[in-house]
Design a protein around this ligand. Structure first.
Ligand SMILES: [Zn+2]
Length: 230
């Protein structure tokens, strides 16, 4: 599965349902390139970088994390350049790193999560690392010719939800923010969902890119979210 060219500045590697690998994005500025999410393992990052190389794209200078879940962060130790995450993402990752010191915790994770078991078959090491750069509310990066607006927002999926908006391309990256909370019995908090719907509505975007599906139009995403928020 190769890199998909969304336009001249945005490329992505699609999600992989078998191992729950999320979609990884590459944003090419005139000066710097930014990746969104670090994937579920070192192998996932390697596959992403190979796909970039085959399109003659250099490795990303920066990688921003949308939330702390394993499939978006366990590749972080293997990225090129600097990683960026929300303060809460790092707090969650620190806890996860501590839990993983106990091998029975990892055994349980593998029992409960078939995707993680598949990705980490053959006793491949899990390495959890915190980000190089940490922020709290928002961070704007001038990539050259386009700006990445990175901000924390309320969402039903996780407390540390980070969205990335590229105004010049009218595109909004949402990670898994629109999904229920897998760590709270798949609970869908309707207030948080409505808050997220408001956030999306106020943003001038045409395309919405989520972690585990193909790109959607803003309207299609909002119509779907409104249908489940009642
Ligand atoms: Zn998630």
């Amino acid at each position: 599965m190769g890199l998909i060219k969304f336009n001249n500045r945005i490329f992505y590697l699609s999600h992989e349902p078998n191992t729950d690998r999320p979609l990884l994005t590459y944003i090419k500025g005139d000066e710097f390139s930014l990746a969104i999410d670090a994937g579920n393992s070192a192998d996932h990052v390697d596959d992403f970088y190979k796909a970039l190389e085959s399109e003659s794209l250099k490795k990303p200078d920066l990688t921003v994390i949308t939330h702390w879940h394993w499939d978006h962060t366990f590749g972080m130790h293997n990225i090129n350049g600097l990683s960026i995450a929300h303060k809460k993402t790092n707090e969650f990752l620190k806890e996860e790193k501590n839990r993983l010191r106990d091998s029975s915790y990892l055994d349980n994770l593998k029992k409960e999560n078939i995707y993680l078991a598949r990705e980490y078959a053959n006793n491949k090491d899990i390495i959890v690392t915190l980000s190089d750069i940490e922020f709290e509310d928002e961070l704007v990066i001038n990539l050259g010719g386009l700006r990445a607006e990175i901000f924390h927002t309320q969402a039903p999926h996780s407390e540390d939800t980070v969205l990335v908006y590229i105004h010049e391309e009218k595109i909004l990256f949402l990670g898994d923010s629109t999904s229920e909370d897998f760590f709270n019995n798949n609970y869908m908090d309707i207030d948080k969902l409505n808050s997220l719907i408001d956030t999306i509505e106020k943003i001038d975007c045409k395309t919405c890119i989520l972690g585990h599906t193909e790109p959607l139009s803003k309207n299609d995403l909002l119509n779907y979210l409104k249908s489940i928020s009642v």
